[in-house]
Design a protein around this ligand. Structure first.
Ligand SMILES: *Cc1c(COP(=O)(O)O)cnc(C)c1O
Length: 375
């Protein structure tokens, strides 16, 4: 294998346990959208359930149905649906869907009626993020109509929830404001006669830094993969977390070159002296950001090196300053740090993005290799 993403399912399970210990009174929804943030949805969903998650959260109904198609159990909630969504398939597969507006309530009710079954749904309030979720002004109408559909046996409202805008900035004034909007929405839902099983708002930062936001259930994503959601507050270890993914590749070439040798497209880098260059067979098609050109850190032959020149589609070069490892030796882009390698957070800083994006964008050409698989 010339490159691989090693996925440590024991680390994932231990992260779930650490997060559950932070929110002991709440149920745990493992967020496994976007192929489990690039880690592989099915193995990660199974490992999270083994570690005590009882819910799985995904964005799209297609992701939810893929979990069921693989035989994954647990409660499954999805939250990004468009008109004409596969409502019937979700009802048949026991996938719970999130409704933010009247059109969605009408569509799921019609599908439930046609199927002769009750659809399990959750209602979402926009507490201030400005994405999905019902506007507070529209909430009384939505909750009243949902209660009517419950009475008609078409739906069952299993949850009411919201999503924070700035939970990753502890103390941000929006946090208290959004909690207020959420509490008011919960009270209004109760007035409408709804009695949801779970009320929830906490993502990873909310789970780790905001106990008052835990309610009945927490929904961590990135922290479960061992990435700190609040790097300005602490790294993974400070929260008892361990990065799950190690991205590495085997050197495809190592060679001596003279001073003044241009490197990669555009010759953005020129060797300052006679040196050795190593070729790492991963590029932007594999999710290595092109923004990492002349910036991304890599561990090669025991030392931190920096991407030399532009990241290309399939490969990039590092200047080894005369070191001479063998072709086939390992270059580690990021991992938990056991061997002194950089972290996904280091890559995020080098590329002007967040670690979420670094792990999630690793492409399908990079095989995932699982350790810690049970059964
Ligand atoms: C992605 C997502 C989460 C998880 O967020 P993290 O910051 O990764 O913990 C939780 N809830 C919703 C609605 C999401 O879209």
């Amino acid at each position: 294998m010339h490159a691989r993403a090693l996925i440590d399912l024991d680390a994932l399970r231990s992260n779930v346990a650490a997060l559950r210990a932070k929110a002991p009174g709440a149920a745990f929804m493992a967020v496994v959208k976007a192929d489990a943030y690039g880690h592989g949805m099915i193995p990660c969903a199974r490992a999270a359930l083994e570690a005590g998650a009882t819910w799985l959260g995904v964005a799209t109904p297609e992701e939810a149905l893929a979990l069921r198609a693989a035989g994954v159990g647990g409660r499954v909630l999805c939250w990004l649906l468009t008109p004409g969504a596969p409502w019937a398939a979700c009802i048949a597969a026991d996938v719970e869907v999130t409704l933010s507006s009247m059109w969605a309530l009408r569509e799921v009710s019609a599908a439930a009626k046609a199927a002769g079954r009750t659809a399990a749904v959750q209602l979402k309030i926009d507490a201030g993020l400005g994405r999905n979720g019902a506007q507070p002004a529209d909430w009384p109408e939505l909750t009243a109509a949902a209660r009517e559909a419950e009475r008609a046996g078409l739906i069952r409202v299993t949850g009411v929830w919201a999503h924070f805008s700035c939970a990753d900035e502890p103390g941000h004034p929006s946090i208290a404001r959004e909690l207020d909007v959420f509490r008011t929405a919960l009270a209004q839902a109760a007035e409408a006669g709804l009695d949801p099983e779970v009320r929830h708002i906490a993502n990873s930062p909310g789970t780790l830094t905001l106990p008052s936001a835990h309610f009945d259930l927490v929904r961590p994503g990135v922290a479960m993969y061992g990435i700190s959601p609040v790097p300005q507050v602490g790294g993974p270890a400070d929260f008892g977390l361990r990065p799950v993914m190690t991205l590495s590749a085997r050197l495809a070439s190592v060679k001596r070159v003279p001073a003044g040798h241009g490197v990669s497209y555009g010759h953005q880098y020129v060797t300052p002296a006679e040196t050795t260059l190593a070729l790492v067979p991963l590029g932007y098609a594999d999710g290595v950001p092109r923004h990492a050109s002349s910036a991304g850190p890599v561990l090669v032959a025991g030392k931190w090196r920096t991407v030399a020149g532009r990241v290309a589609m399939d490969q990039f070069v590092v200047d080894l300053d005369g070191d001479l490892p063998s072709p086939g030796d390992e270059a580690i882009l990021f991992g938990p740090g056991d061997r002194g390698e950089p972290s996904a957070e280091d890559w995020a800083r080098a590329c002007g993005t967040i670690a979420y994006e670094i792990i999630t964008r690793i492409g399908p050409r990079v095989p995932r290799l699982y350790v810690g698989t049970r059964s």
